[in-house]
Design a protein around this ligand. Structure first.
Ligand code: M6R
Length: 369
């Protein structure tokens, strides 16, 4: 059942091209019109939405953080991303013009379920992005968009994360078309770029030995830091979470711009730092800023491990190690840049002899508050 892989996690990392392709399947016609699975909200009401609040925990919350960049850019609706267990206890401002989007692989996470119930009581419309058909959260929501990642067995979420990002993007494009923020042609182009993602993930998986070798060489590290900017920031957070969860190594993700406000004090000789570098073809200044962050940590002795876009030669001279991902538009980059970080954590944990599918102290779905 592990399909010849040593663990479910490794298999699920390799399922990702299919998870993305299946989540995209049948969503748009040639005219660029999009479909959701269940919609018990009047489209007129969705048109009037003034604010989106994304509620989720763990990896699913990082998918939400990625989604914020895309949905705000395409729909010009403010998006707040909040951990479900924090949301209920701060008197959140929610009304009938708020769309609450919950993201949950299992659909049974108690913190998220309680937050969705609370939002409903306050009059919000609720939409569930979920990987488990008929589970509690989608059943209690006004609208549903299922991710088609297939059953995820490993405690550490991988393929569900990619499918969640894709689902939030479909939602963003749906809202943008409903509200007239994007032209049909623009939506079609973005869908075409999304449809190229599975092939690009396969390209990364074909070169996984590069990252596996690095992981094995780092099995005795005590701490690994991860830096990213823009959509690379939640990717850095997710890379750190994977390592904590299954390899029990101290790991922290930071927004690269925040370095100089404190975390740079952590850097000393030999400290490994992963840096997720944005595309050079995107906003030029963003790329330049991250390259200078690499220089800053390296000047203080860090071992710089870089995830960059193919053709980005600028990073080479400041990096101990570079893994290149295929070119793709900036907003889609997380679907590629997270993959080497998942492989890294999985291989490192295996090299330490840990059971990567069943990490200590953790459950696959957290059904207590
Ligand atoms: O089933 P959910 O997506 O609601 O689960 C949320 C988190 O518990 C989950 O993503 C957790 O952080 C994973 N173990 C991460 O790998």
């Amino acid at each position: 059942e592990k399909g010849g892989f040593a663990s479910f996690m490794e298999k699920e990392v390799h399922d990702q091209p299919a998870a993305v392709a299946d989540t995209l399947l049948g969503r748009s016609d040639s005219a660029g019109r999009l479909t959701l699975d269940e919609l018990r909200i009047d489209p007129g009401q969705l048109k009037r939405v003034k604010k989106i609040i994304v509620l989720a925990c763990g990896t699913s919350a990082y998918a939400g953080s990625v989604a914020k960049y895309a949905i705000e850019s395409w729909c010009r609706i403010p998006v707040e991303v909040e951990l479900s267990h924090e949301f209920r206890y701060r008197e959140p401002i929610v009304d009938a013009d708020t769309l609450v989007v919950s993201i949950s692989q299992s659909g049974e996470t108690m913190d998220t379920l309680m937050a969705v119930r609370y939002a409903k009581e306050q009059g919000a419309k609720t939409l569930s992005i979920c990987n488990t058909n008929g589970s509690t959260i989608p059943r209690e929501s006004d609208a549903v968009l299922y991710t088609h990642a297939g059953p995820e067995i490993a405690v550490a979420s991988t393929k569900a994360f990619l499918a969640q990002i894709v689902a939030t993007y479909i939602l963003g494009l749906y809202l943008a078309s409903l509200r007239g923020n994007l032209f049909t042609g623009q939506i079609r182009d973005i869908m075409a770029d999304l449809n190229k993602i599975p092939g690009k993930i396969t390209d990364i998986l074909d070169r996984e030995d590069e990252i596996k070798e690095l992981a094995r060489s780092m099995k005795d590290e005590a701490s690994v830091l991860f830096l990213g900017r823009h959509v690379g920031y939640p990717v850095a957070m997710e890379g750190a979470l994977k390592l904590k969860e299954i390899a029990y190594i101290h790991a922290e993700g930071f927004a690269a711009g925040e370095l100089k406000h404190g975390p740079i004090a952590l850097i000393d000789d030999g400290q490994p730092v992963f840096v997720v570098v944005p595309s050079k073809r995107g906003r030029d200044s963003l790329h330049a800023k991250v390259v200078s962050n690499i220089q800053e940590v390296r000047a203080r002795g860090a071992k710089t491990l870089v995830i960059a876009e193919e053709g980005d030669e600028a990073v080479r001279e400041y990096s101990e190690f570079v893994f290149y991902v295929p070119e793709t538009p900036t907003l889609l980059m997380p679907l590629l840049t997270v993959v080497p970080l998942q492989i890294f954590a999985c291989e490192l944990a295996s090299a330490k002899g840990y059971d990567v599918d069943q990490p200590r102290n953790l459950a696959k779905s957290v059904t207590v508050e």
